[in-house]
Write a protein that binds this ligand. Structure first.
Ligand SMILES: C[S@@+](CC[C@H](N)C(=O)[O-])C[C@H]1O[C@@H](n2cnc3c(N)ncnc32)[C@H](O)[C@@H]1O
Length: 192
């Protein structure tokens, strides 16, 4: 397994490099729909880079970060509430959040289907879900998939269409944007 618990200092310095500038622009504009002082959950937050981007666009939002690696959360910014836990069993009530992020984290979840249902459960209707992932159909994505399998990571990589379908089954309306070997899905929580 990848020793995330020991990688906090590395992610603190380098995690911003994972996210292309074009994605950051799309991400910031998707946050304009979130109500004033809305609540945000960053799942598999690591050191919280997505929340840091989001805060630059919307400093009024209230952030919670959840991750099973204490060694990651230790390096998360102080503006966020930090919670030790897993996506498959979120310790929050139903409809608690206006926006949820899963940045480069969903393929690490041991039970991604269950995690998607949990994300939907804790989101308000009309809330915004932002998922950023690696496309296993690209050359680099296939190499990363192989590398993560060597580390005995879950490596639950999905093609953009497959993930969009899975999210739609859980009640999300999805828009996919592609960035070479990476992609993002911005989804709205429908009825449920
Ligand atoms: C590649 S890092 C990405 C961290 C951060 N989102 C970023 O973009 O820098 C993946 C993160 O997912 C977390 N993770 C692994 N399994 C998880 C699970 N079941 N639920 C929530 N987070 C998980 C890891 O601890 C790690 O911090």
């Amino acid at each position: 397994m990848i020793p995330f618990d020991r990688l906090g200092p590395v992610f603190k310095v380098f995690s911003s490099l994972v996210y292309p500038r074009a994605f950051r622009t799309v991400f910031a504009s998707s946050l304009q729909e979130v109500p004033e002082t809305g609540s945000v959950l960053d799942v598999g937050s690591g050191t919280g880079i997505l929340s840091q981007f989001a805060r630059k666009a919307r400093s009024d939002l209230l952030f919670t970060m959840i991750d099973p690696a204490a060694g990651m959360l230790r390096f998360a910014p102080a503006f966020a509430r930090r919670v030790l836990g897993r996506a498959e069993n979120l310790p929050f009530p139903e409809k608690a959040f206006d926006a949820v992020f899963a940045g480069d984290s969903m393929h690490h979840f041991s039970e991604p289907r269950r995690a998607v249902m949990e994300l939907r459960r804790v989101m308000k209707k009309g809330g915004v879900l932002v998922v950023f992932e690696i496309d296993p159909g690209s050359l680099l994505g296939a190499m990363i998939t192989g590398g993560e399998k060597m580390f005995r990571e879950p490596a639950h990589f999905l093609r953009p269409g497959e993930l969009a379908e899975r999210l739609a089954e859980a009640g999300f309306e999805c828009t996919v944007s592609r960035y070479d070997w990476r992609y993002a899905i911005i989804a709205r929580a429908g009825h449920g």
